[in-house]
Ligand binder design. Structure first.
Ligand code: FAD
Ligand code: PYC
Length: 417
């Protein structure tokens, strides 16, 4: 309520008279930033970078509640591939893979992208048929993928056990040679350094705790643990916590958050030349440049926001790894950890405008968004800058869950959901 005075009555009385301008009124405060990104993982940092680099919006703040790269970006097993079944997904993930191919040059920072090949093992007739379907669909979309016999799989990955009398014998595998790994936290640092050089303000230890909307419902500010920040454009890229942040603006999303775990062995000399994934026995493994075997486990069966998970999940994964690679039985685990992934009903992401003007979201990458980092970032920046999606992310809307236009990629995901 405005204070009531003779002066305010006089001012109100003048209103409506022709040519009157309320010069003495406090002008609406200017937004402090042209855009704010919530979340300092690879996706958020990359979006800030592309907004500045490709769309000329350099007055940007990126707000991270912890430290940059401390979320899933620094916790994942770094597998990069684009061998997805449906046209929409293949286009999305291959867009990302093409950006990965030039990323170290683009950022002038070595993200250690290594195209050592991703081999997905088939253990049942169903696996064989499903992977061959993927191979045909991928090739039709211009995405590389090829079938390997068990012998060819072993030649590609010598530690692989292809004896026929094991519980889940290897019947062959689908190999994407352009797939591989990258150094996960270097991706966060590379984007952060490049964004910073373009003038982006990166604020760590700055949690977003509210989103303010104006009288028309559009975004006008974010509230943070370090005070309010005025802005008319907010992009949320807060994996695992997206529904919490979007809830601050009254937007409900069909997301569930689960812990997903990984672990590494003690470091050893190079023994493992590629990435191997097996849905059926549930194991995925590669070797980092530091020498550790990087092993991914499954999601917990309960929703949770804890950055750890049940120990039995790791123990099942280790059983599977030891069946496929018996020589690793004597290895010791160095450390394990978890991250929180948010999952949509069709296991495909959302990169879209929201019903709130000025609010954009990138989420729902579940267990597989590291590979998408440059692509997701690039498309979120595009969508924010132009207030409309790029043709590649146009199908990945929130409304698809209402309208039934699902992109049901569950079959292509390589980890249990
Ligand atoms: P994050 O890196 O999690 O960044 C989001 C940031 O938002 C966090 O830093 C968080 O602190 C911040 N935040 C949250 N709430 C707020 C708030 N209110 N205010 C401010 N900041 C906030 N994907 C693959 O493609 N290949 C893999 O091999 C793979 N393996 C995985 C293994 C594990 C164990 C896990 C956990 C995930 C794996 N993923 C994998 C998935 C992948 O890690 C994620 O999809 C991807 O890293 C998401 O990146 P991001 O930048 O969106 O999220
Ligand atoms: O999506 O490829 C993937 C993946 C591997 C491990 C976790 N996600």
């Amino acid at each position: 309520m405005q204070p009531f005075s003779a002066f305010s009555l006089f001012r109100e009385g003048l209103k409506g008279q022709k040519g009157w301008t309320p010069q003495w009124r406090t002008p609406e405060p200017k937004p402090a930033y042209d855009a704010v990104i919530v979340g300092g993982g690879g996706h958020g940092l990359g979006a800030a970078y592309y907004l500045a680099k490709e769309h000329g919006l350099t007055n940007i703040a990126l707000l991270e509640k912890g430290w940059i790269g401390g979320g899933n970006t620094g916790r994942n097993t770094t597998i990069i591939r684009s061998n997805y079944l449906f046209d929409e997904s293949a286009a999305l993930y291959d867009h990302a893979l093409k950006l990965w191919e030039g990323l170290s040059q683009t950022l002038n920072y070595n993200v250690m992208f290594s195209q050592r090949g991703v081999l997905m093992l088939a253990h049942t007739v169903h696996d064989v048929q499903s992977f061959q379907r993927h191979i045909h669909a991928n090739r039709a979309n211009g995405v590389d993928n090829e079938w390997l016999t068990p012998q060819a799989a072993k030649a590609f990955c010598p530690p692989l056990n292809i004896t026929a009398n094991i519980r889940y014998p290897v019947l062959g595998g689908a190999l994407q040679r352009r797939g591989g790994t990258a150094r996960h936290d270097a991706v966060a640092w590379g984007y952060a350094r490049a964004a910073d050089a373009l003038g982006v303000d990166i604020l760590q230890n700055c949690e977003v705790v509210g989103i303010q909307r104006d009288i028309n419902g559009a975004v006008e500010a974010v509230e943070t643990t370090r005070g309010p920040i005025r802005t008319k454009k907010v992009g949320v890229s807060a994996a695992g916590h997206t529904s919490v942040v979007l809830g601050m603006a009254g937007v409900r999303l069909p997301l569930e958050s689960y812990p997903l775990q990984a672990l590494v062995s003690e470091p050893i000399k190079p023994v493992f030349p590629c990435v191997v994934m097996s849905n059926t026995v549930h194991a995925y493994i590669s070797q980092s440049d530091k020498g550790e075997l990087v092993i991914g486990a499954g999601t917990d069966v309960y929703t949770s926001y804890t950055q750890r998970g049940g120990l039995h999940i790791n123990s099942h994964t280790l059983d599977a790894v030891c069946e496929l690679f018996p020589q690793f039985r004597r290895m010791r685990m160095l450390r394990n950890w978890g991250g929180i992934v948010d999952v949509t009903p069709d296991r495909s992401p959302i990169i879209a405008k929201t019903p709130v003007p000025g609010l954009y979201v990138n989420c729902g990458w579940g267990t597989g968004g590291f590979k998408a980092t440059p692509g997701a970032a690039h498309l979120l920046a595009w969508t924010m800058a132009k207030d409309q999606p790029h043709p590649i992310n146009a199908p990945f809307t929130i409304e698809r869950f209402r309208d039934g236009h699902l992109i049901d990629e569950a079959a292509a995901a390589a980890v249990a959901h």
